[in-house]
Design a protein around this ligand. Sequence first.
Ligand code: SIN
Length: 535
Amino acid sequence: MKITSDFLVIGTGIAGLSYALKVADQGTVCLVTKRDIDISATQLAQGGIAAVSALDDSFFSHAEDTMVAGGHLSNPEIVEMVVQAGPQAIKDLIDWGVKFSKNPENEYDLTREGGHSHRRILHAKDATGREIERALVAAAVDHPNINLYQHHIAVDLITESKVCQQQLENNSCLGAYILDIKNNEVIAFGARFTVLATGGAGKVYLYTCNPDIATGDGVAIGWRAGAAVANMEFMQFHPTTLYHPNAKSFLISEAVRGEGAILRRSDGYAFMPGHHQLKDLAPRDIVARAIDSEMKLHGDDCAFLDITHKDADYIRERFPTIYQTCLEYGIDMTREPIPVVPAAHYLCGGLQTDDNGETCIRNLFAIGEVASTGLHGANRLASNSLLEGVVFAERAAERSLARMQETQPSYPTIAPWDSGSATDSDEEVVVAHNWDEIRRSMWNYVGIVRSNKRLYRAMSRIKLIQQEIHEYYWNFHITSDLIELRNIATVAELIVQSALSRHESRGLHYTIDYPQTDDKFQRDTVIPGAKLPES
Ligand code: SIN
């Protein structure tokens, strides 16, 4: 089966939906998501979206905070461009129907998070992403030009190189093969422009506050098609996720610390002043490492986040989702500190793009967490990611619409999917076992504190698993579990390869073998896309 459209958008978080809404008046859009439309990392974002609006704030200050948090690895021109586009991005969201929280004076309420020198984060109480997703989904499903394909997962991209089986200098994207999960059929989606907005890869790690869908699909399929990736070693660990056997790493927003919460050890000692001058509002990499080292030093299972000194009514009103969720696990945050541990949260690297979100493959865009645009550098500043999603959706949309004007309308010719002589698998356990092994190895050997020895250990295991997956992939019918396993294995390998090549500590990459920052490494870690036989 084949389906064609002007725009193929894979992923329905803030970036994918914003792009779809920006282009839909000018052409047909196929909007593809592997679960229900509102299952995305955006949906779970609590803290908010950073943009300069207070009179005492400035673009300069937002840019400076972004550069400092990013270990001065961010691209200053991209940083400048994104922070300046902030107010318009907020206006777009409000026009699409997003309702941000207001203060008693009826102005937008601004909160603070780690690394920000000003209050500049707009939020919808403590469920900002849920409100954004609600509004954007409502706008997208109402649009007559947007055709929605839920429960469809991308298998691989279709490129010119792949079609003619030649490594082309100027490769371009023609669409993607996508598995209709419910009907078990691979459909060839042809499109003039393909947009990967598939989000992050937290599921590469054993503990993550990401949704189950975060399996690095876009990074893996983009890289396999020949697109370069950058800065994959910079996986951000959120310092505070709920420590409870049944809580599945529920996020406790950094805004809780922004509103005054203090991190303590089990003996009550407030340890952050000993680690950084910004204390509990230090950038995330520093807070996560501080918690990790305090836990190891004192043999504690977790740290404790204490906001009990604040008025109980205020806490319930400002953080209703966190309050309610903690209560369900028997913790009343108005009266007792919340047990917390770090967990994998945000991939700062990804498919390398230009300032319009386009990868090195023509007509293939990557926007949102899947991309490495140059904004985050070695460590993302809190609440900059929702902003990046909207700003790059706008730029990618402008770029594709402009190119559409320049070229004759013609839809790419693509072949249907060929499943060859594949048969049904008789050993599904292989998928579950390999999935678990990758996630454990990544957590144990490629976590908050790294070493060469641990990284090599992880690499040798991942290589073995890759061989098994390869064999499995070519011999058996594909399933969504197998596609996701293949993707997390690819992403894990790219993370380890990048980490091994950075012989310094910077931002989120901390290694005991090279504990200092080294100017020689003030550059992106770029891995060129795979050559043809990979896919
Ligand atoms: C949080 O609410 O702490 C997460 C915000 C972010 O990751 O930007």
